[in-house]
Design a protein around this ligand. Structure first.
Ligand SMILES: Cc1ncc(COP(=O)(O)O)c(C=O)c1O
Length: 365
């Protein structure tokens, strides 16, 4: 026998996703038991208690397939946002929504405009479909440069990703900028608003893009997730809101049972849990103010955040810092994967976690 099966040409260009280092891995590798993870923007308060209850109630039904149309989950989402079921896509996290958008809209060779530094899954999704990524650098304040993004539109452009708030910088673009941008984007280009952290935003310039869905703007889609403020990252549940035609196209590439029954039940419960959302916002806000104060005392430049993580310039090589923090049982993310060697991204944790991070950081700087 000669030769071997060749995978698709497009896969050559794909770099594997680098996830936040899991707590168990650090415990195994370094033999320390007390480890905190401030690396994946998870909710330090844990899941919505209502979601946990809903999961327990569902346990005895797992011999059944999930509802392929996620009726109850869509009902809960439809009620919250006053949209129709036909405006809603449910997905195995926003990661899946991003991939489904690419599968439904991208032909090989077509262009996708992505901000940088930003969430790496846009590039991944574009590349697996043979799309071409056109990168738009953030501005000096680490905000998306919507002017630049719209200037990069060509007849080959198919999709633009707008990460708002942006990961890893926590910055937002406001209503005025977004409206101006949308008025200049051609109607045959799909604008994807990835709003994984929208529930944390305080800035009242932030735009409610669900209004665009209600106005039936035909070329937008809004991605939301249960992984962040709702504390359900391990379940994998997300959703997208968009005009009926866009949702219907994406439905064609969706697997029939993409959202498992726990994720459906938990998502439907969590979205009604206003107490948990409020507590999570308050915990985030006080942690944010504490970290700002400490960074200022240390003379470190940080980017004011509208999310649950902070982008900080440590002035040092972030890889070395990462390794040293690991030895102290603190996991953060380094900026070098984005080309910013002295930056780190730290998730805002509980008070004691933030204090532990700061005291470890102080020792190192
Ligand atoms: C901007 C952004 N979009 C999407 C995701 C993926 O979220 P999910 O867990 O729903 O797949 C993340 C997760 O870190 C993110 O930061």
């Amino acid at each position: 026998m000669h030769g071997e099966p060749k995978s698709r040409e497009e896969l050559q260009a794909i770099k594997p996703y680098v996830p936040g280092k899991p707590i168990e891995e650090v415990q195994r590798e370094l033999g320390i038991s007390d480890v905190i993870k401030l690396a994946s923007n998870e909710n330090p308060l844990g899941p919505s208690p209502k979601a946990v209850e809903a999961i327990l109630e569902t346990v005895s039904s797992i011999q059944r397939y999930p509802d392929g149309n996620a009726f109850k989950l869509k009902n809960a989402i439809a009620e919250k946002y006053e949209v129709e079921h036909s405006n809603i896509l449910t997905a195995n996290g926003s990661d899946e929504s991003i991939k489904l958008v690419a599968e439904a809209y991208l032909n090989p060779g077509e262009e996708v405009i992505i901000p940088w530094p930003s969430f790496s899954e846009y590039e991944f999704a574009a590349k697996i479909m043979g799309g071409r990524c056109i990168v738009s650098p953030l501005d000096k304040e680490f905000r998306l440069d919507l002017e630049d993004m719209v200037k990069k539109v060509t007849p080959e452009t198919k999709v633009i990703f707008v990460c708002n708030p942006n990961n890893p910088t926590g910055t937002i673009v406001g209503r005025e900028e977004v409206e101006k941008f949308l008025s200049r984007v051609p109607g045959d280009v799909l604008v994807v608003f990835d709003e994984a952290y929208c529930e944390y935003v305080n800035d009242d310039r932030y735009m409610d893009t669900v209004d665009l869905v209600k106005q039936e703007i035909p070329n937008i889609i809004v991605l939301r997730t249960f992984s962040k403020i709702y504390g359900l990252a391990g379940l994998r549940a997300g959703y997208a809101l968009g005009p009926k035609n866009v949702i219907a196209s994406i439905e064609k590439v969706r697997e029939p049972f993409n959202v498992n029954i726990f994720a459906q039940a938990a998502g439907a419960a969590a979205i009604t849990d206003a107490d948990h959302v409020r507590n999570s916002r308050e915990t985030n806000e006080s942690g944010k103010q504490y970290l700002y104060r400490e960074f200022e005392k240390m003379g470190l430049k940080y980017t004011p955040t509208e999310a649950n993580f902070i982008w900080v310039d440590t002035g040092k090589d972030s890889r070395g810092l990462f390794e040293n923090l690991l030895k102290k049982g603190v996991i953060i993310r380094t900026g070098n994967i984005f080309g910013f060697d002295s930056y780190i991204r730290v998730t805002i944790g509980l008070r004691e976690q933030n204090e532990r991070f700061i005291s470890a950081l102080k020792e190192m700087l």
